[in-house]
Design a protein around this ligand. Sequence first.
Ligand SMILES: [Zn+2]
Length: 70
Amino acid sequence: MNPTECPCCDNGVISPWRVNATNEIILVCDECDALWEDGDDRTEPSVTTIDQYLNLRGLPLLWSGLVPAL
Ligand SMILES: [Zn+2]
């Protein structure tokens, strides 16, 4: 299995991002917004989305708060 392939939508590409506000590394699917935290098992469907993740932390739902972590 391709490690950048999304198990949720089978279409998207998972990319690593760094959250500016918290410095956490997250992995987000560009297609369905599924989110994995660093260390999560990415062969399993994600339990959250980028929207829920940012909401939970009281952060704005903006991609400008994220930096590509490649
Ligand atoms: Zn996806």
